[in-house]
Design a binder for this molecule. Structure first.
Ligand code: KIV
Ligand code: NA
Length: 277
């Protein structure tokens, strides 16, 4: 397969005959290798890092430096999938200059694009980053950095008024120069309207089957972590169970003297070591 590029994603509308885009999060070297070998089109170094890797209650705790650290680990896997990194909370809310400088750090860490939450209110910042030659992914609906405003992680755009507002935000994000748009936790009819209206692809997470692509969190797909995932997650493995089973067998082998055995042991095969005691 070929290296995935921003223009190739930009053109991947399902209505133009393209197959849906697949995107998975990754936060480290082995995770990025797994996602890339699974053949995903895009890797998102998500600020969900804060929750699924660091165990925090929301995404607000991670910084640009945290995102740089994890983007470097993902980029070290040299994936063919396109690397997008989330701009974390407070890295683009204090002005366009801070936003552009922050985005440049993520690009220098190995991302090819950055993701920004929000609609019309973020249009200026999206435009400024795009003008700095940094491709931008938008994100509307349940934007987790707005958790305190929303009063929790809740489905968005459930009223007609909010659905219309989201559609207007989506048009604004496209006009500001984003090359694709993540839609999170909204009714499928709203995602369908956005998908049909925009010329850039939509990537859904809890936004129904009509989007131009889908994204899920690595740990949710693989059942790696203790939390009960939201309704929109489909689990494809139970890595936690598999992992505990393997780790417990090791612990048992240590306790019963079955590990290490001869195959894991170095010997003085040349017989040069004299009696040490
Ligand atoms: O941080 C993240 O994982 C995300 C996706 C869920 C879209 O933003
Ligand atoms: Na995110």
């Amino acid at each position: 397969r070929e290296r995935v590029t921003v223009p190739s994603i930009r053109n991947s509308k399902v209505r133009l005959g393209h197959e849906p885009i697949s995107m998975i999060t990754a936060y480290d070297f082995p995770g990025a290798r797994m996602v890339d070998q699974a053949g995903a089109d895009m890797i998102l170094v998500g600020d969900s890092l804060a929750m699924v890797v660091l165990g925090h209650k929301d995404t607000l705790s991670v910084t640009i430096d945290d995102m740089v650290h994890h983007t470097k680990a993902v980029a070290a896997a040299d994936p063919l999938a396109l690397i997008v990194t989330d701009m974390p909370w407070m890295s683009y809310h204090t002005g366009t200059k801070d936003a552009v400088v922050g985005a440049s750090k993520l690009i220098r860490a190995g991302a090819s694009a950055v993701k920004i939450e929000g609609g019309a209110i973020r249009a200026k910042v999206i435009k400024a980053i795009v003008e700095a030659e940094i491709p931008v992914v938008g994100h509307l609906g349940l934007t987790p950095q707005s958790v305190n405003k929303f009063g929790g992680f809740r489905v968005q755009a459930k009223s007609n008024e909010q659905a219309q507002a989201l559609l207007e935000d989506a048009k604004t994000v496209e006009a500001a120069g984003a090359f694709c748009l993540v839609l999170e936790a909204i009714p499928d009819v709203v995602a369908k309207a956005v998908t049909n209206t925009l010329s850039i692809p939509t990537i859904g997470i809890g936004a129904g089957a009509q989007c131009d692509g889908q994204v899920l969190v690595f740990h949710d797909i693989l059942g790696y972590g203790s939390k009960k995932p939201p309704k929109f997650v489909k689990r494809y493995a139970n890595l936690e169970e598999l992992g505990i089973e393997g780790l417990a067998r090791y612990v048992k082998d240590v306790r019963t003297g079955h590990f290490p055995d001869d195959t894991q042991t170095y010997h003085d095969s040349d017989g040069v070591i004299s009696k040490l005691y």
